[in-house]
Design a binder for this molecule. Sequence first.
Ligand SMILES: C[S@@+](CC[C@H](N)C(=O)[O-])C[C@H]1O[C@@H](n2cnc3c(N)ncnc32)[C@H](O)[C@@H]1O
Length: 366
Amino acid sequence: MSADTEALAAWWRSFARYSLADYAPRYDAMVRAAAENSDVLELVAAAPPEAHVPNNLQAAAHYLLLSGVDHPLAAAYEPDFSGDPGPLFCDLVLSHSDAVADLLATRVVQTNEVNRTAVIAPAVNRIGGEAASSLALIDVGCSAGLNLIFDRYRITFGDISLGPADAALRLTAESRGADPVATPAEVAWRRGIDRNPIDVSDPAQAMWLEALLWPDQLGRLDRLRAAIGEFRSDPPELVKADALDGLAAALADAPPDALALIVTTWVVFYFDEDLRRDFEAMLLDADRPTAWLAMEMAGIVPGVDVPPTSESAGEVSAITLVTGGAGRSVERRFCGWTHPHGAWVDLAPCTERAVRRRESRRRRPG
Ligand SMILES: C[S@@+](CC[C@H](N)C(=O)[O-])C[C@H]1O[C@@H](n2cnc3c(N)ncnc32)[C@H](O)[C@@H]1O
């Protein structure tokens, strides 16, 4: 092995040990087998650096299977599989090395988790119920935009359900906090922004989104397909733009009498410190009322202190709300915790939680 492939192998072994193991045993076996196979490692090492994350190779193999390649690895994506997928994974990769190399060179890991609407739907309904106006929803880092249509999904929390009873996509989540608000918010306008929006009307792009799901995540595949079908039936507007440019345009284009509600779910995590500050400053300095609902790793949203939690960092996301704009005083609030994929939500009414930090800002000219 070269120095490059040694380093890659060490990274993949450690990723499997700390991130997968019991959590995703089939994906774990694939990553471990690849980490011991010098031919596979050489193929990955020759790809662009952003393709070196293990899920790119998993997705390339899964994509080939979804495209109709006949290989015994397909069994590992069936519910009742009980063997070792590792050797099959390496075999498929090496027997289709040109196609795999092409996918590694042209595709990036970019998911869109629709179960996060179990956070978005009750939070947006709560904010809409408290707002004096309708909402203009701006999903920054929307990926394929599947969470923009949160109110076309049926989301059930025990006895309480949100969304249409006849929805094509039915999601469930556990509510550990205040009862979810089922009364729909009035969303007057909506737009998704992403530097690389996925166009699910293109079958190849939709299939890559499916391929990114691991063999241990077959439940996620069904709901992703249902969400794609619903999205295609009446797609909302998606704009290709970087976060700042896209936000500036959306704030200018949204109906002036609506509260601009910016939503980010696992996006600000990818911004550097400067971009996090500029993003927040743009929405707080806007000449219209704005609210920023974030579901991100704790500590990612600037200025919001979150309380300690007994959940381990990889098992929890913080829900925060920052409001301002139009010269209003700025409020930064911790609103609760959630599983990173929305499997459970502990959403308290933000107004009943301690306001962690409050500051007055005067509207800046221009
Ligand atoms: C982990 S995905 C989350 C997608 C979606 N919000 C969800 O929860 O499923 C992160 C998304 O943020 C987008 N993104 C990251 N940095 C961005 C930036 N500076 N401007 C616009 N989009 C960005 C990526 O392209 C990607 O689609």
